[in-house]
Design a protein around this ligand. Sequence first.
Ligand code: NOJ
Length: 525
Amino acid sequence: MGQPTPALNDDWWRSAVIYQVYVRSFADGDGDGTGDLAGVRARLPYLAELGVDALWFNPWYLSPMKDGGYDVADYRAIDPAFGTLAEAEKLIAEARELGIRTIVDIVPNHVSDQHPWFRAALTGGPERELFHFRPGRGEHGELPPNDWRSEFGGPAWTRLPDGDWYLHLFAPEQPDLNWAHPAVRQEHEDILRFWFERGVAGVRIDSAALPAKDPRLPDFTAGRDPHPYVDRDELHDVYRGWRAVADEYGGVFVGEVWLPDTERFARYLRPDELHTAFNFSFMTCPWHAARLRTSIEDTLAEHAPIGAPATWVLCNHDVTRTVTRYGRADTGFDFATKAFGTPTDLTLGTRRARAAALLSLALPGAVYVYQGEELGLPEADIPLDRIEDPMHARSGGVDPGRDGCRVPLPWTAGAPHAGFGGEPWLPQPAGWASYAADRQETDPGSMLTLYREAIRLRPAFGDAPLTWLPAPDGVLAFTRADALCLVNLADPPAGLPAHTSLLLASGPLDPDGRLPKDTAVWLRA
Ligand code: NOJ
């Protein structure tokens, strides 16, 4: 490389564009059909060209992959399907040379049932204290200790041959840790140090509001306050401990905090806790001007008093791809209503997703881009016998699962498997090659070109706060610094406000120079 390492600014996370890499499906360097670190290293120039500031890697640790790597058997080892620890260190350093930081994903709520602690617990060792083991209810202990349900469906308890039950808020292969035990806390602080020592700049915290449990493990009663396992006050002390570790290294956190209560959500972002958290209210918001505006306003209002930057998210590895969602009658997202065969209009969805990209990249704060969003990939239909996501089987086959947004990326239109590598672990649907990065790179009207341009031009908004401008119904208009963003979600074309130049548009203006429906534009004011 030999280039001087670009200077990186300490406050980068307040306004970064962060690209989410689902390693298993990003690029396959060794041709075995599973994405890997060699594949990511080979594509670093692509990511630098896209202009992103950081990469968030979904868990890349040793794992039986019962939940796509969120079942971790060893937090200090890379899964051999992905590569080695030495390769991860090289990847972190090579990305850093290109000015790109690395964020790893830590899963505190649970481990894999193959983790040494759980294996020792199964033999009846003192490690049982590190989990939630309980005798069952009923005359012979044949009923689970309480009525909690797994997030993936079914009871949150599994019984062992010795008669005891253990708690798992997700799959049975993901036993929950007991966060009241000091060894669990100590171990995670050590894991944080392990990765910060290797040069990572940040940590995404999986299921960040779930690790603490009411020690009595009472039945769940709707409306019970506090909740026996969601958003318990004890967690804040845990994250204060984590923050002290991060501060030694200048590391930052992004929490996966799903909480409808904005006041409770904001508590995680107090100055001595997490730096940022994902904005799921924006991600799940329907494509509707007034609702988007409310979501943006609420977000900014909840972050302002604590001085934390907002984040803007359109998609991730758990939810339906943006172009598919925005082409449906119901453009919001809700796990509870996911179903097979929901009709969508991909032309409409793509048009809206382009406008949404300009909207989110113009807002103050950090923006997350999930791999393939910059290619405009739709949600794929996975043949039933190929679905791996436990959400599908545990829902009794009702939920299509999350594999449809995890299909291996298309890189080269003319190559086998669209240039991903070997025969992909999840099948790529027909026509996938038409989304290939190489084809989009040379197409000025492609989603990839739009993302590249938007990320390049985004500094026009500076770090200025947002000011809404008067606009007709169904139109969002705001300025930041001397740039202006206008998004039209209404039928009548919208006239452009006074401006000196047009920076970027998500689609063509009409013959009278007005902004058509489902189109966004950036102007220099
Ligand atoms: C949230 C992750 O994003 C999801 O993919 C995973 O299944 C659960 N947490 C459990 O770790």
